[in-house]
Design a protein around this ligand. Structure first.
Ligand code: NAD
Ligand code: MG
Length: 378
């Protein structure tokens, strides 16, 4: 028996009546059809992918469905965030309807978080709701966006402001497809992996410090472990707070208030990927926690050192492309206020009492934040 035929690792997401499995492991891209077939309402799927991912993996996914006796259609959208725009979404819906789906047709999202968010939302509203399956192909999508049921698109008012909580029937995460992912995208996803350790799992953080470099270098077993632990962490939090009604799910936003400000200031563009912003943001959240005397300075140092050592940009100076940006604390604070996590203008932060000991707070004095930013900019 070869590795390829071993049962994948499985993480169950427990949601009353809508629970589903996440299958994780090498070689799964060729087994999507077999894994999905028993769950389909009818033997018909439409695979949605992007112009980068489709040529790499589209044929193999389609073949796996055909082998399982499932009829396959395909829609390809441009790669990148622009496919989550309102207009692009409208075009996708019409293209899907051109294929004459019925309520038993299942959509398959083959790609990163963009394709997953877009296809999930399309599934939520196509014919008032059809099933969908996630085949995430970026590390970020495998450990974050494909788990938890948040789907959505962007408008000129901001990202993900139109969407639905809509759970997939199955998630299939093939660790091999990460081999073709650009290094920067891989690192950006790794920031979200390490985040789960920092939130509430110090043992997993220790593991990341020891094994992060191997995960990034392509060690298959360690990749599977990192993805499995991440999915377990997110699944546990989502099962307890599916619709973000308590502060529990908000812990997943560790690093995201600072990160959002950095992303807003760099125009949500290629200068700073979301995961890179989260990496820098987590470093700042731990620095702020240490500055406020909440968290040992040594813990904040560990966060900065590990994320920096794997290659994430943890210093503001290193962010913003070759032109060193003139960061402005006032502007960054303004962006934090505009963040959808801010309630009634009060800044919301996830801070820490140590590694693996985070909490949500809305009681942080702005001068402390400003001082921290001024020091980081200097
Ligand atoms: P992405 O989907 O844009 O993928 C990044 C790039 O990598 C794209 O150019 C893509 O074509 C390419 N790519 C994907 N897989 C590849 C592979 N295996 N080999 C080579 N190239 C590959 O970006 P992302 O980082 O995966 O996702 C970002 C999106 O996810 C954002 O829109 C964000 O809002 C969303 N998101 C959603 C949630 C959620 O809970 N729903 C959580 C986090 C992020
Ligand atoms: Mg994130």
């Amino acid at each position: 028996m070869t590795m390829r035929t071993l049962a994948p690792r499985t993480v169950r997401v427990d949601l009353a009546g809508r629970g589903y499995d996440i299958a994780i492991g090498p070689g799964l891209i060729d087994r999507v059809g077999t894994l999905a077939a028993p769950l389909l309402a009818a033997p018909r799927v439409i695979v949605v992918s992007d112009e980068t991912v489709e040529p790499l993996y589209g044929r193999r996914v389609a073949a796996s469905f055909e082998k399982a006796g499932v009829k396959v259609g395909s829609v390809v959208v441009p790669a990148g965030e622009s496919s989550k725009e309102f207009g692009a979404f409208g075009r996708l819906m019409n293209t899907l309807l051109d294929a004459r789906p019925d309520r038993k047709t299942t959509l398959v999202a083959l790609g990163g978080g963009v394709v997953g968010d877009l296809t999930g939302f399309a599934a939520a509203v196509l014919l008032r709701g059809v099933d969908f399956i996630q085949v995430p192909t970026t590390l970020l999508a495998q450990v974050d966006s494909s788990v938890g049921g948040k789907t959505g698109i962007n408008t000129r008012h901001g990202k993900n402001l139109i969407g639905a909580f809509y759970q997939p029937r199955l998630v299939v995460a093939d660790t091999d497809v990460l081999d073709t992912l650009p290094r920067r995208e891989l690192l950006a996803g790794y920031a979200e992996v390490a985040k789960y350790g920092l939130i509430d799992d110090p043992a997993f953080w220790d593991w990341c410090e020891a094994n992060g470099a191997a995960v990034l270098a392509g060690d298959a077993a360690k990749r599977s472990y990192a993805i499995e632990q991440s999915c377990r962490a997110k699944a546990r939090i989502v099962a307890a707070d599916e619709r973000e009604t308590t502060d529990l799910r908000a812990l997943l936003n560790l690093g995201h208030t600072f990160g959002h400000a950095l992303e807003a200031e760099t125009g949500f563009g290629p200068d700073l990927l979301h995961g890179e912003a989260v990496g820098a943001g987590m470093t700042m959240a731990f620095d702020l926690s240490a500055k406020l005397g909440l968290c040992p300075a040594a813990d904040a140092r560990r966060v900065r050192e590990h994320l920096g050592a794997v290659g994430l940009p943890v210093r503001l100076r290193s962010i913003g492309g070759s032109n060193r940006r003139n960061w402005d604390a006032d502007k960054l604070i303004e962006h934090m206020r505009g963040d959808k996590k801010a309630e009634a203008g009060r800044l919301t932060f996830v801070l820490a009492r140590g590694i693996g000991k985070t909490f949500v707070t809305r009681d942080i004095d702005e001068p402390a934040v400003r001082e921290l930013l001024d020091a980081a900019i200097a």
